[in-house]
Structures are given as structure tokens and as C-alpha cells.
Design a protein around this ligand. Structure first.
Ligand code: ADP
Ligand code: SR1
Ligand code: MG
Length: 408
């Protein structure tokens, strides 16, 4: 089938020929609405007119970057990686990923479960919602997907096959190399002009060579370290959540990369939320809830990762009997501590790039009051700098929380 960009009408013609979708809707009449709010793609909700409970999402990639326009070419093959990642993550932990009903790499589209009564986590955090189960759920998702796609579990050939299946996602990896690690730390045409112009803080950041050396260390890890299958853009806008379930969406940046990257990106986005509530809502109780959530998420990740590891005896890396039990335990503990440290470094990059880079986050760039927004930006940069300068020596989660508590 040749690629064709669908619209709200042709989307309905398309699914008429897809048995797995039509058997879901039966004889119902259908309607389609475009509901995407993302930077890159088109997202349609297809629903039954007779039964509003019945709905699915059809997401299609276009061969350009939607938020910039047709002049910014971006290959639509990114959808193939999103499809593959959704399927891989679903096979590891189905409860945390929307179910795929149909996928068509040639048409760069996927049809998946409609997450009804879920909120984008970023918005929920702005509204001060306390999600009781998120640290348990997200830590499980991350520990499982990272562990089971790594050389600590897979055989050598399985791991290489995984790398083959994902690591040609070159254009989106390059976007992250540019936008997460580079452009936002120098004068660049893609940066947010309004925020950079006349900003002393921006100049200071762009001239901070000590910091930029640390960012380069992490960029190098991002480019060369093929530890495990990553979501690749796991900010709080890629999590849809309610009281009972957290679901991970939008893994089009997926590739086999460093263990600490997804954890770091998520940590950075919790930092943005913490800063928002320090500067705008000034809600100390909610800030404490966020800190506790961050600590639980990181601590549970480490425990669960080690638990999964204790069940795998042979892998590409380790053969049973190679290390004695005391050495093995010490080796594993150091291993997860190193993941935590890298996560803190990646969190520094992600938090800071959102300040002047092209893709800001709502809770910082969306602050209407100029003085408050500047204060929030300064606070994010202060935390990001501490993260980056100290990431190699962080000992535990409490140290990370201290950095947040000390920032003003
Ligand atoms: P993009 O790749 O363009 O960033 P996303 O995958 O982030 O697109 O989707 C854009 C928006 O569409 C999300 O923020 C969410 O509001 C909505 N959305 C995406 N997937 C689903 C889903 N499975 N169920 C309900 N809403 C969804
Ligand atoms: C130019 S693409 C900007 C950002 O949007 C995506 O969600 C990623 O975070 C990317 O860096
Ligand atoms: Mg996206």
C-alpha cells in the first residue's frame, strides 16, 4: 500500500478495510475527530455514534515536523519505531501501554486503545493531583522494560537483533542530540527568541564551559551507549494517567540507548513541576508530595531492577558461576548506582534545555507573569547545574531531593 496522508474523512474510509478495527466497532456508525496536541503527528479519535464508550485512536506520522510546518522535513518512518516500541513494551508489561489494534508501517499509522478518562500527567501535576500509584507503576514499567531489553537479560544475538530493529531511528535520535544536548546551550536560530533576547541568564548559560563539558559527556553516552530499549522522550506529556493506571504513549524516539536517559528525562520533568509549585502555586504540601514521589520512583526503580536481575542467571553479560555471590551482589549494587548517577546527569540536560530551547514545557514557559517566569527559569537552571556538576558522585536519592530543597 502506498503512503497517503489521511484526514478526518479519509481516516474512516481507511479503517473500513481493517478487519481488526471493524470487528471492534461491529455495525456501529463511526465518526472521527482530530485531537492531537503534539509537536509531530496527527491523532484522530474514532468513535461509535451509537455507543460513546467505544472508541479507538488512529495516529499517523507525516513526512515533516508538524509544529514547524511542511518545510521542516522529518521522515515519517519514525512511526515504524513507535509501532515496534509499543509492541515490544506491551509484550513486556501490557498493563502500562495502550493496546495496539492495527499497525501499518507503510502508511506510517497505528490504531490503538483510546485512553478514556485519562489525563496527560503534565496537566494533572499542574492541577496538583496526587496520583497515589504512579511511583509504583512507572518504576515497574521502567525497571522491566530496561532490564528485559538489556544485555543483563538477553543473549548476545537477541540483543544485537534488538539493536538492528531500533537503531536506524536516525532522524529522531539526531533531533534529541541537537535539541536535548546542543542547540539550547548556544546561540541558535531554533531557540526561543523571546526568552533568549536580552537575557543575562541565557548568556551566562551559553558561556558556562564547565557545564557544557558535562553535557558533552552525557551527549556522548547518548550517542554511543546501547544499554536497553528506551522510550526516548519520556516526559510527563508522554504519560496518560488516572487514579488506577498510568499508561506510556508516544515512543517514536525509541532506540537502544543508555539506561539512565528515560529516568533522567522523567526526573527533569518532575523538577519542572516542583519549580512551578515553588514559584507559582507555592503549595508546600504538594511540593512535599512531589518530592516523596520522586524519591519513591527512583528507589523503587533500583529495587525492582535488582529483583528482576536476581531472577536471570545467564545473559549476554554474565554466566552463572562467573562471580562469587558476594562479588556479584556488590557488582549489581554499583551497577544500579551508576544508572542513578547517569539519570541525574541526563535530568540536568533535559531540565535546562527546556528553558531556552525550541520545546519549552507548559509549567515553565507557560507562566504568564514575566517576573515569576524568570524566577522559575533561574530555579530550573540552578537545579540543572547542580545535577550536572554532581551527577558522577551522587550517592542516593536523598541527595537529589536536597538539591531541590536547597534551590530558591
Ligand atoms: P505526538 O507524537 O504528535 O507528540 P502524541 O502521541 O503525544 O502525539 O499524542 C498527542 C495527544 O493525543 C496526546 O497528548 C493525547 O492528548 C492524545 N492521545 C494520544 N494517544 C492517545 C490515546 N491512546 N488515548 C487517548 N488520547 C491519546
Ligand atoms: C523539534 S522536536 C522538539 C521536541 O518535541 C519532542 O516531544 C521531543 O521532546 C523533542 O525534543
Ligand atoms: Mg510525540
Amino acid at each position: 500500500m502506498n503512503y497517503k496522508k489521511l484526514d478526518k474523512l479519509t481516516v474512516l474510509d481507511y479503517i473500513l478495510d481493517v478487519n481488526s478495527v471493524m470487528s471492534y466497532f461491529g455495525e456501529d456508525e463511526l465518526q472521527a475527530d482530530e485531537i492531537g496536541d503534539g509537536n509531530l503527528n496527527y491523532v484522530y479519535k474514532i468513535s461509535s455514534i451509537q455507543d460513546s464508550q467505544k472508541a479507538l485512536i488512529l495516529k499517523q506520522a507525516v513526512p515533516y515536523l508538524r509544529c514547524v510546518g511542511e518545510d521542516f522535513a522529518l521522515s515519517r518512518e519514525r512511526m515504524s519505531y513507535e509501532i515496534r516500541a509499543l509492541q515490544k513494551f506491551y509484550s513486556i508489561f501490557p498493563s502500562f501501554v495502550p493496546k495496539v489494534h492495527h499497525a501499518n508501517e507503510a502508511m506510517s499509522l497505528v490504531v490503538m486503545e483510546y485512553l478514556d478518562s485519562y489525563t496527560i500527567m503534565r496537566k494533572g501535576l499542574i492541577e496538583r493531583t496526587e496520583y497515589k500509584k504512579f511511583s509504583e507503576q512507572i518504576s515497574t514499567f521502567m525497571a522491566a522494560t530496561l532490564f528485559y531489553t538489556s544485555s543483563l537479560h538477553l543473549s548476545s544475538s537477541e540483543k544485537r537483533a534488538l539493536v538492528d530493529r531500533f537503531n536506524s531511528n536516525v532522524e529522531l535520535c539526531k533531533l534529541s542530540e541537537d535539541f536535548v544536548f546542543s542547540f539550547a546551550f548556544m546561540e541558535h536560530e531554533t531557540n526561543n527568541k523571546e526568552r533568549v533576547e536580552d537575557s543575562k541568564e541565557a548568556k551566562k548559560l551559553f558561556l558556562d564551559m564547565e557545564l557544557k563539558e558535562k553535557i558533552l559527556e552525557l551527549k556522548y553516552k547518548f550517542m554511543t551507549q546501547s544499554d536497553a530499549l528506551l522510550h526516548g522522550d519520556l516526559h510527563t506529556g508522554s504519560i496518560m494517567i488516572n487514579e488506577t493506571r498510568a499508561c506510556i504513549i508516544d515512543p517514536e524516539f525509541a532506540f537502544v540507548g543508555p539506561f539512565g536517559f528515560d529516568i533522567g528525562v522523567l526526573l527533569a520533568n518532575f523538577v519542572s513541576s516542583y519549580v512551578y509549585h515553588s514559584v507559582v502555586s507555592r503549595d508546600d504540601e504538594y511540593k512535599e508530595w512531589l518530592l516523596l514521589g520522586i524519591k519513591e520512583f527512583l528507589a523503587k526503580f533500583q529495587t525492582k531492577f535488582l529483583d528482576f536481575w536476581s531472577e536471570s542467571k545467564n545473559s549476554a553479560l554474565l554466566i552463572e558461576g562467573y562471580l562469587d555471590s558476594i562479588t556479584l551482589e556488590a557488582y549489581k549494587r554499583k551497577f544500579v548506582k551508576d544508572i542513578l548517577r547517569d539519570s541525574v546527569g541526563f535530568a540536568g540536560c533535559e531540565a535546562a534545555r527546556r528553558v531556552y530551547g525550541v520545546a519549552g514545557v507548559e509549567e515553565i514557559r507557560g507562566i504568564k507573569d514575566n517576573l515569576l517566569r524568570e524566577k522559575a527559569e533561574e530555579m530550573v537552571l540552578k537545579i540543572a547545574r547542580e545535577f550536572l556538576m554532581r551527577y558522577k558522585t551522587i550517592q542516593n536519592c536523598d541527595e537529589i531531593l536536597e538539591i531541590l530543597r536547597d534551590a530558591r
